[in-house]
Design a protein around this ligand. Structure first.
Ligand SMILES: *[C@@H]1O[C@H](CO)[C@@H](O)[C@H](O)[C@H]1NC(C)=O
Ligand SMILES: *[C@@H]1O[C@H](CO)[C@@H](O)[C@H](O)[C@H]1NC(C)=O
Ligand SMILES: *[C@@H]1O[C@H](CO)[C@@H](O)[C@H](O)[C@H]1NC(C)=O
Ligand SMILES: *[C@@H]1O[C@H](CO)[C@@H](O)[C@H](O)[C@H]1NC(C)=O
Ligand SMILES: [Mn+2]
Length: 445
């Protein structure tokens, strides 16, 4: 009898064990892969995140660091230390549960707590940069939905700790109808330490990322809007280079380099300087920069022209944001808004640059919440981009996605009007001037 029980117990534990291991591998396919992964920040925001815009089919170009930055080199050669040793033990169930709920390792996140130091990943030449004393002020807008408490808090404390107060007008936190208890009174209570600098807005209904950002922006009073994901950590002197670039040209929209915070170890590692591009399926991807971009007098600190932005993390002059038509309010839940804004900026007289001396770490939650609702919203939003901005090149998109040819995309007349009103250039112009490589991709298919 006793033997039987022991036998059953050991069977049960083996089964549980196997499941745990399978789940773990599913959520962390790169586990055990000792090669340094190339930065692949997700294109947008927190829990809505699912359809990995870079994965699935499609020839993903893995950017290699052009810039032989000592630090990235070092990181490249360093073996990643495995975070969990097999065999897993039972309390790792908590880890699996956390992965399903939040998309990253919450056990480590909890142990890191509400603030931590991250390594300075900037190129050494950035340390010599000086910024004027008078810079525009920034309103930092952070939207969240069911974010893990500590990760959310680290986002804010990193901003508070690493931003000179006189350029930080405020942090605007938009809660898009989170359900988790610790994001309610507990959050209010802990935010008290930032009193005076933080505005917390709680949506009355679920608005999705795009409208939540607009709500946040409407409460801002700084000269510049800076959007951050709710699971990021800013690095040293992150804001000054962004504000400085905008102060010289308010029609310049700028992104920091997105460093990688590993979703299992939460280790902060530098990313190479890359530029944002996309393919004819409108999947965002990172690409190498051209060597001539770094050959000027500014060397590796020079802003890098980018055909597209990854999504969640960028800075824009507040008035310019309204002037060029904010976001497309007709877009649903999540996805596509980054490309829409990128095309609009370039085609309507603005510029989009990545500023290598500004670095912000971001936890990538790829494959998290890969569900039908978000897939549909991405397709819908992409169709709006196609029909408003791609002109005769929309056929290139439908060649890749014939399934979307007859799908509905709502009323775009307001966005078409906006394009006319702003006197925007053609998509052909964009291909000829900003993103010369896109056509080549199609010809080789
Ligand atoms: C899919 O994800 C969205 C966005 O987070 C969520 O609101 C929705 O409930 C999810 N749907 C399913 C079926 O899981
Ligand atoms: C199991 O995990 C817990 C928490 O992660 C840890 O404290 C404990 O030492 C582990 N036990 C073994 C046998 O590794
Ligand atoms: C964690 O990050 C890796 C590499 O970026 C990615 O492949 C994996 O899907 C991510 N895990 C989750 C749960 O999002
Ligand atoms: C689309 O929206 C515009 C206003 O934005 C409106 O004038 C027009 O009637 C709408 N079209 C349809 C078919 O609903
Ligand atoms: Mn994100």
């Amino acid at each position: 009898m006793k033997n039987n029980i022991i036998q059953y117990l050991s069977y049960a534990s083996i089964i549980l064990w196997i499941w745990t291991a399978l789940l773990f591998i599913y959520f962390h396919p790169n586990y055990g892969n000792q090669q340094k992964r190339v930065q692949k920040p997700e294109s947008t925001w927190s829990l809505e995140k699912q359809v990995n815009q870079q994965d699935t089919n499609g020839p993903e170009q893995k950017p290699k660091p052009y810039l032989k930055d000592e630090r990235s080199d070092e990181a490249e050669h360093k073996e990643q230390k495995p975070f969990i040793k097999f065999p897993l033990n039972y309390s790792d169930l908590e880890l699996i549960h956390g992965l399903l709920k939040y998309g990253f390792n919450i056990i480590i996140s909890r142990s890191l707590g509400k603030e931590r130091d991250v390594p300075d990943t900037r190129n050494k030449m950035c340390l010599k940069q000086h910024y004027p004393k008078y810079l525009p002020t920034a309103s930092v807008v952070i939207c969240f939905h069911n974010e893990e408490f500590n990760a959310l808090f680290r986002t804010m404390s990193s901003v508070m700790n690493l931003t000179p107060q006189y350029i930080l007008e405020e942090i605007i936190l938009v809660d898009d109808m989170s359900e988790f208890d610790d994001l309610k009174e507990k959050l209010d209570y802990h935010l008290e330490v930032f009193r005076g600098k933080i505005k917390l807005i709680r949506n009355k209904k679920r608005e999705g990322l795009i409208r939540s950002r607009l709500i946040g922006a409407s409460h801002a009073s700084g000269d510049v809007l800076v959007f951050l994901d709710s699971h990021s950590e800013v690095n040293r002197v992150w804001l000054e280079p962004l504000l400085f670039a905008i102060s010289k040209n308010p029609k310049m929209v700028v992104c920091p380099v997105i460093d990688v915070i590993d979703n299992m170890t939460l280790e902060y590692t530098p990313s190479p300087v890359v530029r944002g591009t996309f393919n004819w399926k409108l999947q965002f991807m990172w690409d190498n920069i051209f060597s001539y971009e770094m050959e000027g007098p500014e060397g590796p600190t020079a802003p890098v022209r980018s055909p597209a932005m990854a999504g969640g993390i960028f800075a824009i002059d507040r008035h310019y944001f309204y002037e060029i038509g904010q976001y497309d309010k007709g877009m649903n839940l999540w996805g596509g808004e980054n490309l829409e804004l990128s095309l609009r900026i370039w085609m309507c007289g603005g510029q989009l640059f990545i500023i290598p001396c500004s670095r912000v770490g971001h936890i990538s939650k790829e494959h998290f919440q890969n569900n039908f609702t978000t897939m549909k919203s991405l397709a819908y939003n992409n169709l709006r981009v196609v029909h408003v901005w791609l002109d005769e090149y929309k056929e290139q998109f439908f060649l890749q996605r014939p399934d979307l040819k007859s799908m509905k995309y709502g009323n775009i007349s307001e966005r078409v009007q906006l394009r006319k009103r702003l006197g925007c250039k053609s998509f052909q112009w964009y291909l000829d001037t900003v993103f010369l490589e896109l056509e080549a991709t199609v010809n080789t298919l």
